[in-house]
Design a protein around this ligand. Structure first.
Ligand SMILES: Nc1ncnc2c1ncn2[C@@H]1O[C@H](COP(=O)(O)OP(=O)(O)O)[C@@H](O)[C@H]1O
Ligand SMILES: C=C(OP(=O)(O)O)C(=O)O
Length: 948
């Protein structure tokens, strides 16, 4: 033992000395070659034969700050390369990382060690109170305790503390500055720093100077294993995410893809929380027309390959988000598969392999530095990462408009699916939720040949919420922007894997060209049975024979067997999604499945509701059983306020509309009924009074200086209240029709009012974001909930005992308030994707409904305050009004699209009431009649007894 000890001590001293000299002197008096070897052995990195160069000129200026930055995290090292340029990272990798080399193209070759693909089974998400209800726990998001995360973090830091050189890299995720997150990577490997330099969005010098604290930090200690005895660990590899501490810890894998997919997972949590769809997809845009195409696809399906297209501008190859403004790339670079790469097949990617690009796990000739792209001896998952701008026709900044085409890429190893089919919106949802493809060899550890898989949202390993969250956002955006959806099989044709062959890239590209030039959508289609897909009969540049898959198989029996098997897999897969999916989504998808064997025509997501309506119509009693009422007399009373002559006359021929109340000279914005009187308020500043017995005009109250935006009448209190854009609330006596009081205080227009008779208070919600509570006896403000919402308050209603008030606002949220303390009882979840405009309470059923500018209706349970049902984009534009029938059994919705829809308790559409020539702004039901107010200046009166 003694001689060993005596050798080790000087060695340790030598290593320390060398480290110090490198740091502070930059030259050595000792035998460099020998010592380098000693260090290399000690640190298990390569021994370079080059002289150790001088310290960079700016080292001293920044070194201290960089060391301190890490010391603050408990990491003590000697050299920190913070935001080093690629050249420096090349130097570092060449010197300290075994096997690294500059290749003939100028790209850097690096090796990730034992793990050459992602380790999805080793991914963990910390279960903690602030996010645990948001996460879809299961095989993808495996929970781990905060204490295990701490142990892993400590272990990573302990390992990083053993390193004398560390790399810190700062960058952004998200090209849209509004949704940009700052990411910091701390790693022991120069190759990882270069990778993230390529993959994150590179800040400008100024942005770096002002970078400040990151939003998320990745600790990459991948060269060191986790302790598999730690609770929750099942191997030496662990990739754990903590949304509360905003950290990712990597142990036991050096595969660089873990870092970029870690960032993507973070974005898949943060963006949908804000109503933004994050997508495992590539995207490009037409050079002239700017038309955007999004390519969804699991790994290996062709996102990178197909989005790099000489005729189009590349936006990004893997991770995007879709906001109200359009799409943006999350990343600053691409990470392409290098296996089998040729210039002929993928020229853009080939030419991107130059100085700054990083080739991972490729085999190359030591003398010439040339890569053998066909060599899979290290892995099938050879990769190249390069900055976006290495693709010549790239769109920088990587943001663009709304997609015109969505292409779902599937690599079908069964060889059953057609090379291209046009999807209805319902089918698009079905395939998006199913996410069928074959995992190709390599990307995930352990996958050695194409294996059929269903990966929800074409990216299940990276999703955080229930897949329905992403699907609903997609459905909504597709409907809003009238997007074409396609399913493209980039997998097998002519037989399953082993018999047939992979679809030629040339054919797939020709198909995509035909989608882009519009020829495919405009051509003829035939139905592909069992899957009920619409397949083009021809496509320029593609042999028509390959378009219908069975025609490429030599045995039709074998084809049928494979087709049945695949269809069964689809159906079986689907079962697991029922929980957590909204009723609407379930219905759509059920229907899509059921129709897999039927004729596909007229089959769309938004059409689902139209068809519901048609079905219901078929079921509803024949029209002659509920004929329109005979016309009422059109006689007029004198106008109290002396306004233009109002008329009440028989309806237009529209079914069920029995009267039109006309007289306002501006849009009618609100109405309310009390006893046998109806009040209507308008943009013209007037309130009109109508006799509900004979639908005659009684008179006008010329009241406000601005639009009359809301009305509320209380029979018990014998008052009418009106709220106006002029920021005032007027209280009228129902006995004298004179003003009792004008309430001042709101600093924005008053959008909603409500009287709580029992409590003797009036509640008002305003554009100024506040809710005010007024004593009805003294007219004093008894509570002012300043900043009740983050946007104007649009709607108020009440329910329950003890009494609660629910408010909906422009900020998309719904809040429930305790009506005695005026504290928030709950902010309802999930929020709408756009402003909440209307609320209707069905007290009898213990439910209430919210209607939104996102065109959806949500049903909420009064007891649990949870969302119990949800429809999607059920109107062509904003929903602006909701009301219940007097029986509470039927819900009516009015929309900016000009129609009123009738809904049963299952939120199935029973009828559509058409007739208004402008947006519907308000609804109220009195007895067996519904009154709808519109921007067309009219109020329509509809018979509703037939709906129950
Ligand atoms: N018809 C095809 N369409 C797309 N890719 C194909 C096709 N045939 C073979 N490939 C190969 O499949 C791989 C697709 O990988 P890539 O584009 O990186 O997928 P992703 O970005 O979706 O992970 C590439 O190596 C590509 O050359
Ligand atoms: C990097 C990955 O994604 P893709 O294969 O889609 O590029 C991955 O899944 O590890």
């Amino acid at each position: 033992m003694a001689p060993r000890q005596s050798l080790l001590r000087p060695l340790a001293r030598a290593v320390r000395t060398i480290g110090q000299r490198q740091l502070h002197v930059g030259r050595l008096a000792m035998d460099q070659g020998k010592i380098r070897q000693v260090i290399a052995d000690a640190l298990s990195v390569s021994a370079s034969t080059q002289p150790i160069p001088a310290v960079p000129a700016d080292y001293h200026a920044h070194a201290d700050a960089d060391l301190k930055l890490l010391e603050g995290l408990g990491i003590h090292t000697k050299v920190v390369q913070h935001n080093a340029r690629p050249g420096t990272l090349y130097d570092e990798a060449l010197r300290y990382e075994k096997g690294s080399a500059i290749l003939s193209t100028g790209a850097l070759a690096a090796f990730s060690g034992a793990k050459t693909g992602r380790s999805p089974l080793d991914k963990r998400v910390v279960e903690e109170p602030s996010t645990k209800d948001d996460i879809w726990w299961g095989a993808v998001n495996i929970p781990v305790s905060e204490s295990t995360f701490k142990i892993n973090r400590e272990r990573a830091i302990d390992y990083l503390n053993t390193r004398e050189r560390l790399y810190v890299l700062d960058g952004f995720a998200g090209w849209d500055p509004k949704y940009r997150y700052k990411v910091r990577v701390i790693t022991s490997r120069a190759y990882h720093a270069l990778f993230m330099h390529n993959m994150l969005i590179r800040p400008t010098a100024e942005e770096l100077a002002n970078f400040g604290e990151p939003d998320y930090t990745i600790y990459n200690a991948g060269a060191f294993p986790c302790n598999r005895a730690t609770e929750g660990m099942t191997s030496g590899t662990s990739v754990s995410l903590n949304f509360a501490s905003r950290e990712v810890v990597i142990l036991g894998t050096q595969y660089a893809g873990e870092m970029k997919k870690g960032v993507f997972t973070i974005m898949n949590y943060l963006l949908p929380k804000q109503g933004i769809l994050s997508m495992h997809a590539s995207a490009n845009a037409g050079k002239d027309k700017g038309d955007v195409t999004v390519f969804f696809g699991l790994s290996g399906t062709g996102k990178t390959t197909l989005s790099a297209d000489e005729h189009r501008l590349l936006i990004g190859d893997d991770e995007h988000a879709w906001t109200d403004q359009g799409i943006f790339n999350i990343e600053g670079g691409c990470y392409a598969k290098a296996i089998g790469l040729t210039r002929e097949k993928e020229p853009e990617i080939w030419d991107a392999i130059r100085f700054g690009a990083l080739l991972e796990n490729v085999v190359f000739d030591q003398r010439s530095g040339q890569v053998d792209y066909d060599d899979v001896s290290i892995t099938e998952n050879t990769r190249v990462s390069y900055p976006l701008e290495y693709i010549p026709n790239v769109k920088i900044p990587a943001v663009a408009g709304h997609p015109k085409n969505i292409i779902m890429l599937t690599c079908d190893a069964f060889g059953v699916l057609p090379p291209v089919s046009k999807l209805t919106p319902a089918q698009a949802m079905y395939h998006f939720i199913s996410g069928y493809t074959a995992k190709v060899a390599g990307t995930e550890m352990g996958v050695t040949e194409p294996t059929a898989t269903f990966s929800a949202c074409f990216g299940a390993p990276f999703m955080v919420w229930h897949p329905a969250k992403y699907a609903e956002l997609l459905a909504e955006k597709m409907a809003q922007h009238n997007v074409n959806a396609w399913l493209i099989n980039t997998g097998w044709t002519g037989g399953s894997y082993g018999v047939g062959h992979r679809m030629s890239l040339k054919d797939t590209r020709a198909i995509i060209d035909a989608i882009h030039d519009g020829n495919l959508a405009g051509g003829e289609f035939e139905t592909f049975p069992r899957f009920n897909l619409q397949v083009p009969k021809s496509c320029a540049g593609v042999d028509s024979k390959i378009l219908m898959p069975n025609k490429t198989w030599s045995s039709q029996d074998e084809f049928q067997k494979a087709s049945v098997k695949l269809a069964t897999l689809f159906k079986d897969n689907f079962k697991k999604f029922s929980e957590g999916m909204s009723e609407f989504m379930k219905n759509c998808l059920k229907e899509s499945r059921a129709k897999m064997q039927q004729s596909p025509s007229n089959h769309s997501m938004s059409g689902q509701l139209r068809r519901d309506r048609e079905r219901q119509r078929d079921k509803s009693p024949p029209r002659q059983k509920s004929p329109p009422r005979p016309a009422r007399s059109g006689g007029l009373h004198a106008s109290v306020g002396g306004s233009t002559t109002p008329t009440a006359h028989q309806s237009a021929p529209e079914e069920h509309c029995v009267h039109i109340l006309a007289g306002h000279t501006g849009s009618v914005l609100c109405l309310c009924g009390v006893g046998d009187i109806l009040f209507t308020g308008s943009q013209d500043g007037d309130i009109m009074i109508w006799d509900l017995n004979n639908l005659q005009y009684i008179g006008t109250l010329p009241v406000h200086k601005g639009f009359v935006k809301c009305l509320y009448a209380s029979y018990a209190k014998k008052v009418l209240c009106s709220g106006s854009q002029d920021r005032t609330i007027r209280i009228w006596s129902l006995e004298t029709f004179s003003t009792v009081k004008t309430l001042l205080g709101h600093t924005g227009g008053v959008n909603a009012i409500l009287i709580l008779e029992g409590a003797d208070v009036l509640v008002s919600g305003s554009e100024d974001r506040s809710i005010r509570v007024w004593d009805l006896a003294t007219f004093e403000a008894v509570a002012c909930l300043e900043a009740a919402h983050l946007g104007g308050v649009f709607a108020l209603d009440r329910f329950g005992s003890p009494l609660q008030v629910v408010s909906g606002a422009r900020d998309r949220s719904l809040k429930v308030w305790n009506a005695s303390t005026w504290a928030v009882s709950k902010t309802l979840h999930p929020p709408h994707y756009d402003g909440v405009t209307s609320i209707a309470v069905a007290g009898k059923h213990g439910k209430f409904y919210s209607g939104s500018r996102d065109r959806s209706i949500k049903e909420w349970d009064v007891q649990s305050l949870t969302n119990t049902m949800h429809t999607l984009h059920v109107h062509g534009d904003w929903i602006q009004a909701l009301c219940m029938s007097p029986s509470d059994d039927v819900l009516f919705s009015g929309s900016k699209d000009g129609v009123v829809k009738v809904w049963d308790g299952e939120l199935q559409c029973q009828d559509v009431l058409q007739g208004h020539r402008g947006p519907v702004s308000a609804l109220t039901a009195v007895g067996n009649r519904l009154f709808s107010a519109s921007h067309d200046r009219a109020v329509r009166v509809w018979r509703i007894e037939q709906y129950g």
